[in-house]
Design a protein around this ligand. Structure first.
Ligand code: ZN
Length: 381
């Protein structure tokens, strides 16, 4: 083994081997559960389509005259109820088994089920509110609706993910107390040229560190844990987060997700009707029909998965860059390795490429430690 690889292995060895093995088993299980869950949800859409469940809802509601808004709401609710209930069941089984593998507390299925079931009502409500106007838009503007709906979704993602970050909405803070951690971070602000005026201390112990902002200003926050620890660790992690700030990673991540959802809307416009006919709704001519909803749901689920894969892929790349930024400006490879290890989320330390693509927003632990140790060796460490 080369010297950096040995150093990385030494960092990795600080995590007990049984924990690393359990993490691999948990990641393997979650991957299998995700695939099976996807097949179950897609299968449910096919069954709803083949049994013409939504067509029957339409016939019952439209016996006297067409009521597209009411039918859209009812069909959307029913399909959302079926899919959200299945999703809650899949999530509960996935999470309870994961907790069991990791030996983490009470993985009880009943408790997980109650937790997951809380998402059903909001999903059904959202379908009731969103399906009728979306179907109306599809009927009114069959060509341009994907652009309108996709742009709205993108704007919503940016507003929900990036805007709070740009406005530095977060836990309450006070000025950080004087000391080596504060001094180290003030030097880091000077070295990077980040437009922050002070180092702030979050009063919430759950806060680790944060660098947020936009529009030419930045807010640098450390949590109480980091503030009381070694300055090298605070500098390493804050340097990493500064890397995200400098590269606008949160905005780009939001836009990447939004763009894939926009493509998803165009895919619904182009493929939902033929897909609906393929899975049993023979008479469907437009994605705006109630009977086309299962096909619309299939394409939207694939689009959401695609948006996540693209967003996570961007973040993995951005996190390599943020680690490099931290090493360049903070120059604390051991601090970075230590923080990376402390923040380990009990995912496999060396996953398969498929597992990494699906579950990881940061490169796996082994690769990140190697990167830090390679930098250390190259800089005389
Ligand atoms: Zn990061």
């Amino acid at each position: 083994m080369t010297r950096p690889a040995e150093a990385a292995a030494a960092w990795l060895a600080r995590i007990p081997e049984d924990q690393r093995i359990a993490a691999q088993a948990a990641t393997d299980w979650r991957f299998a559960a995700w695939l099976s869950g996807g097949v179950i949800l897609l299968g449910a859409c096919v069954i709803v389509s083949r049994t013409d469940l939504l067509g029957r809802v339409r016939l019952a509601l439209e016996a006297e005259r067409p009521r597209p808004w009411l039918t859209g709401a009812a069909a959307g609710c029913l399909l959302a109820l079926i899919l959200a209930a299945l999703k809650a069941l899949i999530d509960a089984v996935t999470d309870s088994r994961t907790a069991e593998i990791l030996g983490a507390g009470d993985g009880g299925l009943a408790r997980q089920l109650a937790h997951a079931a809380a998402a059903i009502a909001p999903d059904v409500f959202a379908a009731a509110v969103l399906a009728p106007p979306l179907l109306w838009l599809m009927r009114r503007l069959p060509r341009t609706w994907p652009l309108i709906a996709g742009s709205l979704v993108t704007a919503l993602i940016v507003a929900a993910v990036w805007l709070p970050y740009a406005l530095s909405v977060g836990a309450p803070t006070t000025p950080a107390p004087p000391g080596p951690v504060r001094d180290g971070l003030v030097r880091l602000i000077g070295a990077t040229g980040i437009p922050a005026h002070d180092v702030l201390l979050a009063t919430d112990p759950a806060v680790d560190a944060d660098v947020s902002g936009g529009f030419g200003q930045a807010k640098v926050v450390v949590g109480p844990g980091l503030a009381a620890g070694p300055p090298a660790e605070a500098r390493a992690i804050v340097g990493h987060i500064m890397g995200h700030y400098v590269r606008n990673d949160i905005l780009i991540f939001s836009l990447v997700m939004g763009m894939v959802m926009l493509l998803g809307c165009f895919a619904v416009a182009g493929f939902a009707a033929p897909l609906a006919r393929l899975i049993g709704a023979k008479g469907v001519a437009s994605p705006a029909e109630a009977e086309a909803l299962p096909a619309v749901a299939i394409i939207l689920m694939l689009a959401v998965s695609g948006a996540w894969l693209a967003g996570a892929g961007y973040l993995r790349w951005a996190n390599v860059r943020a680690d490099a930024y931290s090493l360049e400006y903070a120059g604390e490879p051991d601090g970075l390795a230590s923080v990376i290890e402390q923040e380990w989320d009990h995912e496999s330390v060396d996953p398969s490429p498929f597992e990494e693509a699906l579950f990881y927003t940061h490169p796996a632990l082994t690769g990140r430690l190697r990167h830090a140790m390679a930098w250390k060796a190259a800089h005389g460490g």
